[in-house]
Design a protein around this ligand. Structure first.
Ligand code: 13P
Ligand code: SF4
Length: 368
């Protein structure tokens, strides 16, 4: 029987534990591991897991933290692409671990290497891509797409540095192919003054992205037809209704929201930016927030004592259901296995792919 098989069997017992029982086991395993393990937690993580994180942040901050930590085990309470970035940026002897391998990102799944390579081939029929197009991938993407960018003079961006990254890209080549989030790309391009007519959607399921050669030649920013299933739930009508009832309220949104939502918001930025902006706001202010529910609930509780009213933008529950797969049971199972010297759910990017992806990630870290 292999170690992995033993560990997998062991999870059955954890699955039956209550959330409360897991809390104590997580604390005990963390204490036993000491400095050997660091738990990184994204802001969307559910509260009963987030509270165990040693370090928290948005995607940019977490990539930097992963590159800096000395711990032997990086336990990532986030989604798959984040654990991949941790593996790529950490030293070879450090191990990146995702407590539940089903914690993916539906947006990241909207682009894959075969489709991006096809787009590049089709664009090459009309343009000299190596001279004219910078591929830019949002960090919410698989490692092989980051490797594609590394190999083709491209770069990675996050929601907090997208503008700097696009400025860097346009300083090198006149056009950008941006994947997989059309909304982040469009909002960033708009902020930079690129006319909407020069930002065209590339539909990967249509020949030539659904565009004519003339349109491809005219476009400056080609936006992959992808989006976040959570952030697409926020609508301009939610903001208009709220502003009607509370004209003094501020609206703050994540740039994965659609263009109308971003345009109607007073502030647009990453999860870290959202937290900091509300933290620095005067006491007694009112906020409507367009991002994932776990984070909005946490901010609402945190700033309630200052009399700040923080409300969720959508009338329905919008959670990142994939991130929520990392529950106390999976975290307890992962940590107890580590205490016993068993590594479960290691995320390991193949060496050559990691080398190329690192080029694109390091370009990003330098530029931002
Ligand atoms: P941040 O980098 O702003 O934390 O965003 C990550 C993400 O996946 C948002 O949906
Ligand atoms: Fe992916 Fe959306 Fe979840 Fe962010 S909120 S991790 S983009 S599915």
């Amino acid at each position: 029987m292999t170690a992995v098989h033993t560990a997998a069997l062991a999870f059955d017992r954890f699955q039956r534990l209550s959330d409360e029982d897991c809390q104590e086991r997580i604390r005990a395993a963390k204490a036993a591991l000491g400095q050997r393990a660091v738990i990184l937690g994204h802001h969307y993580q559910r509260a009963d897991v987030y509270k165990h994180a040693d370090l928290t942040g948005d995607s940019l901050k977490l990539s930097r933290l992963a590159a800096q930590t000395e711990a032997e085990y990086i336990v990532f309470c986030g989604v798959h692409f984040m654990a991949e970035v941790a593996d790529i940026l950490s030293r070879p002897e450090q191990l990146s671990i995702l407590p539940d391998l089903n914690a993916g990102c539906s947006m990241a799944d909207m682009a894959n290497l075969a489709k991006v390579e096809r787009a590049w081939r089709e664009l090459s029929e009309v343009l000299d891509c190596d001279e004219q197009v910078t591929p830019v991938t949002y960090i919410n993407s698989a490692a092989d797409l980051k490797a594609f960018c590394g190999e083709h003079g491209g770069i990675v961006c996050t929601s907090s540095n997208a503008r700097k990254i696009l400025e860097w890209s346009f300083a090198r080549r006149p056009k950008v192919l941006f994947f997989p989030d059309q909304h982040l790309g469009r909002w960033t391009g708009y902020q930079m003054g690129i006319p909407l007519e020069q930002m065209l959607v590339w539909d990967p399921d249509e020949p030539m992205g659904g565009l004519t050669p003339e349109k491809v030649r005219m476009a400056r920013l080609l936006l992959w037809k992808g989006h976040c299933s959570v952030h697409q739930m926020f609508q301009a009508s939610h903001i208009l209704r709220y502003k009607n009832q509370h004209p003094d309220a501020f609206v703050i949104s994540h740039p994965e929201c659609n263009f109308d939502v971003c345009r109607l918001s007073d502030y647009v930025g990453s999860t870290e930016f959202i937290i900091k902006t509300i933290a620095q706001a005067p006491a007694g202010t009112r906020w409507l927030v367009g991002t994932e529910l776990n984070l909005v609930n946490r901010i609402a509780d945190q700033f309630k004592p200052e009399g700040k009213i923080v409300q969720f933008m959508a009338p329905t529950v919008c959670m990142c259901s994939t991130m929520a797969r990392i529950d106390p049971q999976h975290l307890a199972w992962t940590l107890e296995n580590l205490v016993q010297g068993k590594v479960v759910n290691r995320i390991q990017v193949p060496e050559e792919e990691a080398r190329l992806a690192r080029i694109a990630l390091e370009r990003m870290l330098q530029v931002s």
